[in-house]
Design a protein around this ligand. Structure first.
Ligand code: HEC
Length: 158
């Protein structure tokens, strides 16, 4: 009489298999959360950047205005309306001059004229950042800039 063959124990204990399933479910949950996180980030990012740009422009404008009043107003006018130096709030000037060009003009000055060099690299007193702040301030005048065809002359007598 043959003896009953002993049934072998299951290859993997049931508890281990359950544990594996739990790990797989949680793995899936985490993956989905990660994907959802990326999507949410992607959706919010442009708004965050716009807000960062807006607040940086606002603070640069404020600092630039202060620097302008202290260093430039005596020749270019308190509101950049011109003086012994050219009118800088003129539509014509602002339209014709890029930020990079302004940065160079202010940094290096105009040799042979009363316009000094402002950047430390050219023997002036300002950092690149400070010049950039002034450029931001001047650019901010553009929406309300009056048309001044003779802007180069400033408000010099004659
Ligand atoms: C001592 C007077 C004086 C001061 C101070 C001065 N400028 Fe000028 N600036 C001038 C004169 C004069 C010119 C015209 C130079 C020329 O082209 O003959 C000029 C030209 C410029 C131009 C170039 C305009 C163009 O496209 O021809 C810019 C931009 C400018 N100044 C910005 C500034 C800023 C910003 C400051 C302050 C950081 C400043 N200036 C301070 C006298 C001055």
């Amino acid at each position: 009489m043959p003896r009953d063959a002993p049934t072998p124990p299951p290859f993997e204990p049931v508890a281990l298999q359950r544990s594996l399933e739990r790990y797989m479910v949680w793995g899936l949950v985490f993956m989905l959360a990660l994907v959802a996180g990326f999507v949410a980030y992607r959706v919010r990012e442009p708004g965050l950047r716009k807000e960062a740009l807006r607040s940086q422009t606002a603070s640069y404008t404020a600092v630039g205005r202060t620097l302008y009043r202290a260093s430039c107003a005596e020749c270019h006018g308190k509101r950049a309306e011109g003086g012994s130096g050219p009118t800088l709030n003129a539509k014509e000037f602002l339209k014709a001059t890029t930020d990079a060009q302004m940065q160079l003009l202010i940094s290096g000055g105009v040799s042979g004229s009363d316009m000094p060099a402002w950047n430390l690299d050219y023997g002036g007193t300002m950092t690149d950042e400070q010049v950039r702040q002034i450029v931001t301030f001047l650019r901010g005048l553009e929406p309300n800039a009056p048309s001044v065809p003779g802007w180069r002359k400033g408000k010099a007598p004659g």
